[in-house]
Design a protein around this ligand. Structure first.
Ligand code: FES
Length: 169
């Protein structure tokens, strides 16, 4: 009888241990997906490593006191001339302030849109206006592409091309 009881408590402890390990692993995975992308701030520049970015997950960085939206586009999202192309991937990068009166729009991942709660303005995943009152698309901050990294605050070739074409503001 005592042997049976001991065996049962051993099995219970082993099962509990496995369950706890599974829980810790799941929490670790969840935390990794919530963590912001690694970024380095120095002398007015913010460098963001995009190699770990996940499709359709909005990352909000900070650059010179402003929120910066960084969104890795999924294949079903429309390409746009304002996309930042890094390797095979397309990113939407913008200053995360509504061009109406400066509220911070929320990203609604299910519909791939930014919705501004202040006056109902809406933007698509490229920052183009879907619904007024915003008068213009979300603004693209000065950036430079450096391998898999994005340097905010520096005007690289890609940014200069967009600027010349009148696409950044
Ligand atoms: Fe966004 Fe007015 S501030 S709609």
């Amino acid at each position: 009888m005592a042997v049976k009881k001991e065996r049962r408590s051993f099995l219970g402890a082993a099962l509990g241990g496995f369950t706890a390990l599974g829980g810790v692993a799941a929490l670790g995975a969840m935390k990794r997906s919530w963590d912001p992308l690694p970024s380095v701030k120095a002398a007015g520049f913010t460098t963001i490593d995009l190699s770990g970015a996940q499709e359709n997950v909005l990352n909000v960085e900070k650059w010179r006191g402003k929120p910066i939206f960084v969104l890795k586009k999924s294949k079903d999202m429309k390409a746009n001339d304002r996309d930042v192309i890094i390797g095979e991937d397309r990113f939407h990068v913008s200053i995360g302030l509504c061009t109406h009166l400066g509220c911070i729009p929320a990203y609604v991942a299910d519909v791939h849109e930014f919705h501004c709660a202040c006056h109902g303005g809406q933007f698509d995943a490229s920052g183009e206006v879907l619904k007024s009152p915003p008068p213009s698309p979300l603004v693209v901050p000065p950036f430079k592409v450096d391998g898999t990294k994005l340097v905010l605050g520096e005007e690289g070739e890609e940014y200069k091309k967009m600027k010349t074409a009148g696409l950044v503001a």
